[in-house]
Design a binder for this molecule. Structure first.
Ligand code: WQD
Length: 321
């Protein structure tokens, strides 16, 4: 079976490609390299340098392809509030191009990178898939809008899809095969790593007065290798059952900013200076997933998402990067 991985040169995409190859799938990576990296491309997967905003490019890439995994999106929640046009075009219009090309080419199965950002401020914890979806940023809105498009294309065009609602992706390939480091990261662990290697001077901790045990924000960090495994399982599920599915992907454990910072200090042996700054607008105090549905439907169990492995694998990537 041949899978087109759109966004396969990116951080999560490159880990997904590795997992697909290990599971025996033939892989074609399609990426415009706007944030994906050439060094993430592999000799055992072919590569098309193309853009989802060009419908004909997507259609021709689908030749001989059995299924699609779509991870190509802009993902900075803060930026999406300042430049919604960029997110509307790339995330929503880009996905419409993919769906229409799949419809034209008769490709019926898709795995889509969605996000916990579809939920917005939590009304209860842990967050299950039935939690209300009220995104608080435009990025989260684009993911929710796409999920709704997918539901219509399921009904009207028999395109079956798995929407994977990622919580906080983190960590790097434990085997050290994937070396491409994200450029200008805004997420906690890569920012901490950039401080650890001296690329940034200090970590700003966004608030220490939340209603959490140590006052800093609590998130559900999920190792990228566990995410990649879930994509392979979701692909198999969607193809074999010819069914659509929406699942959370999280570890079901909350870690605070201080938990992550202290682990990084101890694993790296570096000081990692940090200062407390104001809360970042739109940040909830706590976000923790229920991943029961993924466990039951996909048999998915995270293996690398403990704090030590998250930080250790990141530190190895940054030390060698
Ligand atoms: C984690 C915690 C911050 C940076 C984002 C997107 C979300 C999803 C995952 C894609 C929070 C704190 C962070 C820093 C800090 N993306 N922090 N200093 O905001 O939970 O989620 O990534 O789908 O849509 O919004 O992740 O890594 O930015 O923050 O104190 O320099 O670390 O306040 O508590 P977030 P994050």
């Amino acid at each position: 079976m041949k899978v087109l991985v759109i966004g396969g040169a990116g951080y999560i995409g490159s880990h997904v490609v590795k997992a697909l190859r290990s599971a025996g799938y033939a892989v074609v990576v399609f990426d415009n390299l706007s944030s994906g990296l050439r060094e993430n491309l592999r000799a055992d997967a072919s590569f098309i340098h193309g853009d989802i905003l060009i419908p004909g490019a997507v259609l021709s890439a689908l030749y001989g392809v059995d299924a699609v995994i779509h991870l190509a999106a802009f993902k900075a929640a803060g930026e999406s509030m300042l430049q919604p046009e960029k997110y509307a075009v790339n995330n929503i219009a880009g996905t419409i191009n993919i769906l229409n090309a799949m419809s034209d080419a008769g490709v019926k199965h898709l795995v889509f990178s969605s996000s916990a950002a579809v939920y917005g401020e939590p009304e209860y914890l842990p967050i299950d898939e039935d939690h209300p979806t009220r995104p608080e940023n435009f990025y989260g809105y684009t993911k929710l809008e796409i999920e709704q498009l997918l539901a219509w294309y399921d009904t009207l065009k028999e395109i079956r899809s798995s929407s994977l609602r990622y919580f906080n992706a983190a960590g790097y390939d434990p085997e050290g095969d994937i070396r491409g480091l994200e450029q200008n990261p805004a997420n906690l662990l890569p920012v901490i790593m950039e401080v650890a290697i001296g690329k940034r001077s200090t970590l700003s901790v966004f608030g220490d007065d939340y209603e959490t045990p140590d006052g800093t924000g609590v998130r559900d960090y999920i190792h990228v290798t566990d995410l990649a495994d879930a994509h392979v399982r979701a692909l198999k599920y969607t193809v074999e059952n010819d069914l659509s599915l929406t699942v959370n992907l999280g570890s079901e454990h909350g870690l605070s900013v201080m938990d992550v910072l202290q682990a990084a200090r101890s694993i790296s042996g570096r000081e990692i200076p940090a200062t407390i700054s104001d809360r970042r607008p739109g940040d909830p105090a706590r976000l923790v997933a229920s991943a029961k549905r993924a466990r039951v439907a996909l048999g998915w169990v995270p293996r690398y998402s403990d704090l030590n492995t998250l930080v250790q694998t990141s530190w190895e990537a940054y030390q060698n990067g």
